[in-house]
Design a protein around this ligand. Structure first.
Ligand code: CP3
Length: 340
């Protein structure tokens, strides 16, 4: 491994500088990705290992982060469980037949790996092509976030339908969340067998839950996944908007890292988690629209605030399509030229 900064940060070892990568770094802000987007539809890009590998490596060559994240999507799990998932260009995901009752849940399969070989092939090819340049991150959506899409059927501001399902039919919600968890565990273990060196679980919508509801509908499943996977690879949880859960999640020994959005103060996150986990984040991605000098100054301050040990520089959520490539590179370069 030529650059193992991410792995060392997750073990909270001393590093010369913290590692940096960006959520959604493989994607639409890169003109090279836009070129492939003209030729192949979304699921062709995801399901063709050579394309997924090429897209995964684009940011490594163009902006130079310290980790690669495999190009795929969280919705491949609902798809492999038997649901129809469409990606409408410019609009986002659409699941035309949503989960409404127990019959719909019983129809879902947890035997997902046989239809996800394209992900494992993409990981093997990417790991080989990377040739140790940087570690390779595999990922999945968290059970609660996947439930949101499976019940709501599409993206939404408040996921009212999905939350109503949870609050009015909690036993059914538990049944669905457990089934997603079972599928996700076999999927992530196979990602590690295929070459993923770190696993991140995206709970993009957990922040819509009150703390007590997070403890019912999100946390138990996140922790089951961490417990099942951590002996194979370090696990980073990203419960967006749920900083109230930092204390309980960080107390769990199978969690190596926690991703933070920008609403959390670095010093507070450190105090609450007491060096039990590595912290990752949390630059507001929209701030990448500022002049590059401001980006550099703010990144340096953010590193001083978090401290260099057990810290992974990242955005507080995914990079946006209209961010200039130069500004994404400035974010990464600021970390590389940081002197403590
Ligand atoms: O991080 C990476 O670079 C790896 C690739 C990756 C994608 N999706 C590719 C993608 C990852 C890690 C994801 C995760 C994902 N997918 C999440 C969790 C992270 C987050 O942002 O909260 C979620 C909620 C999804 C579901 C999803 N997929 C949505 C809502 C959309 C449409 C809107 C959007 O954000 O682009 C997608 C499509 C998608 N997945 C695109 C990409 C590059 C854009 C579609 C395109 O390029 O045509």
């Amino acid at each position: 491994m030529k650059n193992d900064l991410l792995l060392r940060a997750l073990r909270r070892e001393e590093v010369s500088r913290p590692p940096v990568w960006m959520m959604r770094q493989a994607g639409r802000y890169l003109p090279e990705y836009q070129e492939l987007r003209k030729k192949y539809d979304f699921f062709t890009r995801v399901q063709t290992p050579e394309l997924a590998c090429e897209i995964t490596l684009q940011p490594i060559d163009i902006v130079g982060p310290d980790a690669a994240i495999i190009f795929s999507d969280i919705l491949v799990i609902p798809q492999a469980m038997g649901m129809t998932v469409l990606m409408e260009e410019g609009k986002g995901p659409l699941l035309p037949a949503t989960i409404r009752d127990e019959r719909d849940i019983l129809k879902l399969t947890t035997d997902v790996n046989s239809s996800l070989n394209y992900v494992f092939d993409a990981l093997r090819l990417t790991r080989k092509t990377l040739d140790g340049r940087v570690p390779l991150i595999g990922f999945a959506g968290a059970p609660f976030t996947l439930l949101c899409y499976m019940v709501e059927g599409k993206g939404s501001k408040g996921f009212e339908k999905a939350k109503t399902f949870c609050f009015t039919r909690p036993e059914l919600a538990a049944q669905l969340l457990q089934k997603i968890t079972d599928a996700t565990i076999v999927y992530l273990k196979e990602q590690v067998n295929a070459g993923a060196q770190v696993i991140q679980v995206f709970d993009s919508w957990s922040g819509m839950l009150a703390p007590a509801d997070f403890d019912r509908f999100a946390s138990p499943y996140l922790l089951q996944i961490a417990d099942a996977v951590h002996s194979s690879a370090p696990v980073i949880l990203f419960p967006k908007g749920s900083s109230y859960a930092l204390d309980s999640l960080s107390a769990h020994p199978s969690v190596s890292g926690i991703g933070l959005d920008w609403t959390v103060k670095p010093q507070t996150a450190r105090a609450v988690t007491q060096n039990r986990v590595a912290l990752q984040g949390n630059y507001d991605p929209i701030k990448l629209m500022q002049p590059v000098d401001n980006i550099q100054q703010e990144v340096h301050q953010m590193i001083r605030d978090f401290g260099t040990t057990g810290y992974i520089v990242n955005l507080g959520h995914g990079i946006l399509p209209h961010i200039p490539v130069d500004h994404a590179r400035a974010f990464i370069d600021a970390v590389k030229n940081f002197k403590s």
